[in-house]
Design a protein around this ligand. Sequence first.
Ligand code: PGA
Length: 262
Amino acid sequence: MEVVIRKDESSVAALVADAVDRLARAKPDAVLGVATGDTPIPLYRELARRVDAGAIDLSRFRVVMLDEYLGLPAHHDQLYRRFVEQEVIGPLGIDPDRLYGPDSTARGEQVDRAALHYDTLLTRLGVDLQILGIGSDGHIGFNEPMSSLASRTRIKTLTEQTRRDNSRFFHGDLARVPTHVLTQGIGTILDASHVVLVATGVGKAAAVAAAVEGPVTARVPASALQLHRHVTVAVDEDGASELRYVDYYRHTYDNKPDWQGL
Ligand code: PGA
C-alpha cells in the first residue's frame, strides 16, 4: 500500500483530484467508484472547480456507487443516490444516465437478486478507480467489522452504532434510520483496478493505522486492502498521526518519479 501524507484535507483533495484528472486524460470513459460521507466532499468540490474552470472534462465518466440504504421511499432525500447526484453527477457535468447503484427499491426476495445484479454489472463495467472512506471502526462501504473479506455485493444489517451515527441525517430519530443496506462486498471492492482510501482528521487515525499496519483481519475490514496490488491511502497529518512508518512513507513519496502518478 502506498501511503501519501499531505498537510491538510484540501491538499489531500488536490492530490486525489490529480489522480482522477490523470485517469480522465488516459481513459475519458473511465468508471469511477464514489464513496458517500463527509470525507470525500472536498475532493468532489475540487473536481467541480476544475470542471467549471474548463481544466478537465469528466462528462464521459461512468460513476458507480458503493452502497445504498434499503427500505426508504424512492425519492427520500437521504438515499445515497441523492448524495451522489448532488455532490458528484451534477457538479461534474455527468449525465444521470451514467450513474449506477444498487436498487434501493428492492424488497423481500428481490433483494438478493438486486445485489447479484449490481455485482454482475460492476464486474462487467470494471471499476478503474474506487474512492473509499473509512469508518472509525475500520469499515469500508457498509462492510462492518466481521464482514467476510471475500464478500460480494449483498444485504447487510447495520450495527446500532452506525445507525446512531447516521441518525443525525434523520432528524436525530433512530427509528427512521434504515436497518438494512446493500453494499459492495469487500471482494467486490478489491476487484477495482486502483483503490484510493481517503481519511482525514484525528478521528480516523486509529482506523488508518489498523488498516495499513495491523494484521489483515475481518475485525478491520479496510485491512483487506493490504491484499490489493494498487492501493493509495491519502491522509492528512491528523489522519496519519498513529502510523508508525511515517518517515518511510514520506521518503518513498518524495522520491517517487513524477511520471508514475499515484
Ligand atoms: P465519513 O464516513 O467520511 O462521513 O467519516 C466514512 C465512512 O463511514 O465510511
